[in-house]
Design a protein around this ligand. Sequence first.
Ligand code: HEM
Length: 484
Amino acid sequence: MNEKKPLTTAAGAPVVDNFNVETAGPRGPALLQDVWLIEKLAHFDREVIPERRMHAKGAGAFGTFTVTRDITQYTKARIFSHVGKTTEMFARFSTVAGERGAADAERDIRGFALKFYTEQGNWDLVGNNTPVFFFRDPLRFPDLNHAIKRDPRTGVRNPESNWDFWTSLPEALHQVTIVMSERGIPRSYRHMHGFGSHTYSFINAANERFWVKFTFKTRQGIENLTDAEATDLIGRDRESHHRDLFDSIEQGQFPRWTLYVQIMPEAAAATHPVNPFDLTKVWPHSDYPLMEVGEMELNRNPQNYFAEVEQASFTPASVVPGIGFSPDRMLQARLFSYGDAARYRLGVNHHQIPVNAPKNPHNSYHRDGAMRTDGNHGATPAYVPNSQGLWPEQPDFREPPLAIGGSAAHWDHRVDDDHYEQPGNLFRMMSSEQREVLFANTARAMERVSLEVRERHVANCAKADPAYGEGVALALGVTSPSAA
Ligand code: HEM
């Protein structure tokens, strides 16, 4: 079909010659009046848009979310309205540190960003394949990126900065332990779990609030690559995870994940032994068991990578009635940062790009801006209040008041806090083989790192568990604190 359609300029006029530039005579120079050449080069010159500052390398697919358990006692979100309910969705998986052309099989956390097109607006759950993060204060986020991305002088990634930063933040040990463990390089995007990571809130029809954490468990099973397997794979295929996702879906092998939630009554947050809004910590399953609530299946590949994956934008600010935020200050910073990044990367009307646009009727008083393509709400008033009664706010969806208080100050949240129990627990859950893998991965990752930073890491590990400190010390060839 397509080949029968004739070539036109962007303005729709016929292109008469796409192989011979117009010249002054058979051997003469090109003429500026070959406007097709000018248009073609000018468009090409502008084809690259800024890459995402983080998570620049990724792959995406469309799919369906289906409810398998009634949780309407906790949330009135329509996506969970009844068992069997299905909602169209889009997922984008990514690595974090690498640029747009980076290899997929790198040791790194993986982004697990989901967009659910619900009938009350888009719900974005922008998570990772790890349940925790490196720190719990959003002021550190730009520093993390500067530490793990390229060295300002050499332009080369610098393990010294990376580890200098991580080891100077003891609260990072939990996440660092996960990244250095056998799970640090998933075999593919299909073989990893996904976590909302933050604590969010559920609001039910009676306007009661619950705290909630989201976990997506892979139905393909967890599978990982060793450092040696990853090195070999990258030598053969830098797009391994992207290709695996695309090919699986193309072949009808649709990857699936089971969604679980952990629910905490609102009042229980005050007495929980650790701050339940601390992103460096998990809620133990023994206290808050995983409750299976649904299934996600990815079953349709994008038709065009740039249009549907590169131009996708997610933001934790996109929630729907029945799902809300929490006092997690990392989450609050993200509520600003993603919309801001989308406005920079894609423009103020990024929500009109089809992959980002809600599928339900949506009306707002936003007007104009670069690349407005939806008719700009025609002749309807662009102000409120107006005598046409357009468009009324929806107070029925107001959340219950949340009691917060205390004196405003730059509170030091490191005082009296424990950074080591949970990474220690994770270490103690590992078999001796898994511990050896952790030690060896850490040693390889720290190969070019100074003695001072190695010793700092060993000291942190030893505080989590003496055997952790000793194992890493031995692998790194430094003195363990207990032996000193
Ligand atoms: C991407 C900021 C923490 C998961 C991004 C982007 C920014 C950003 C600016 C690029 C967005 C774009 O250009 O479209 C921040 C800030 C954080 C933070 C300021 C903390 C204060 C987190 C955490 C998670 C996370 C804790 C996971 C639990 C992701 C994912 C993407 C991303 C998955 C890629 C989204 C996509 O596929 O388009 N982040 N981030 N980030 N971030 Fe964060």
